[in-house]
Design a protein around this ligand. Structure first.
Ligand code: AMP
Length: 286
């Protein structure tokens, strides 16, 4: 596996690959790799001649009181895992390589896609995400880019951005990878104490409760949200950031569940903010 820290070196490598007509898959990450990231890399390796994975803890998507400084950074371990997963080139630029001195350009998706859910409690977060991902798209110009359904809102925001900016890139969205007990894998799970790790199961379990309610015929979205909220509140270490049941495409609430709804959660367990979600499909649940 090759490693690059500068845009110029990565571009020189990709120019050669393109002259050989090799297809390119891009997997953007912030590192501290786990099976969720590795599933994206393995799939990208199966579907493309070349896989570029990026490890960049993007400062602009963190709020002032968030965990940018303490976010886990494990470049050497990550490089071994990425190589095993079939990555051809690992791009790990310093911040100044992505945000040049005097940077004054931002990419922002406006409206309900970025205002609801995480957008409400993390103002500016998605502007940081779309700004960095648009730069990575421009630098790498991949045929396909791989993202996890774990960040369901991010996926919708990036789909919008890709359409609006006419990027000729196929977005591939892969399922949430979970620990055997149901906890969605996340680099932030490393922050959890043993007691918090146990308490964190309330997220995936509350989503399973919602699936049961829908299977039993419940279609009133407020009733589903209320039941999930009460379930999470029964865990003393959990503090809800939001519980929302929205349409999976526009992320707007609906009174009743029609064919499908995205139930999305953000919950603080101690100091760690975790997210999880489930697509509730009426046909699949009935
Ligand atoms: P991150 O490093 O957290 O920015 O995540 C990089 C990519 O990995 C994003 O597309 C995430 O949605 C995806 N990802 C993170 N956790 C998981 C997971 N548990 N299952 C599947 N994809 C994930």
């Amino acid at each position: 596996m090759l490693r690059f820290a500068t845009v110029a070196e990565l571009r020189a490598f990709l120019k050669q690959a393109r002259s050989r007509r090799q297809s390119v898959g891009l997997v953007p990450t912030m590192g501290a790799l786990h099976e969720g990231h590795l599933s994206l890399m393995r799939t990208a390796a199966a579907e493309n001649d070349i896989v570029v994975a990026t490890i960049f803890v993007n400062p602009t998507q963190f709020g002032p009181n968030e965990d940018f400084a303490t976010y886990p950074r494990k470049l050497e371990e990550d490089a071994c895992l990425a190589a095993e997963a079939g990555v051809t080139a690992l791009f790990h630029p310093p911040v100044e390589e992505i945000y040049r001195p005097g940077n004054a350009t931002w990419v922002e998706v406006t409206g309900s896609l970025t205002e609801n859910l995480c957008g409400r409690t993390r103002p500016g977060h998605f502007r940081g995400v779309t700004t960095v991902v648009s730069r990575l798209f421009n630098i790498v110009q991949p045929d396909r880019a791989y993202f996890g359904q774990k960040d369901a809102q991010q996926v919708q925001v990036l789909k919008r951005m890709t359409q609006d900016l006419c990027f000729d890139i196929e977005l591939r969205v892969l399922p949430i990878v979970r620990e055997s007990d149901g906890l969605a894998m996340s680099s932030r799970n490393a922050y959890l104490s043993a007691a918090e790790r146990q308490a964190a199961l309330v997220l995936s379990r509350s989503l399973a409760e919602a699936r049961c309610l829908v299977a039993a015929g419940e279609r009133d979205t407020q009733a589903i949200v209320a039941a999930v909220t009460a379930f999470i509140q029964s865990e003393p270490l959990a503090v809800i950031d939001y519980v929302e049941l929205v349409h999976p495409d526009d992320l707007m609430p609906r009174e009743r569940l029609a064919d499908a709804g995205l139930l999305a959660l953000a919950v603080r367990i101690g100091k760690t903010r975790l997210i999880d979600n489930i697509l509730l499909e009426v046909a699949a649940c009935s």
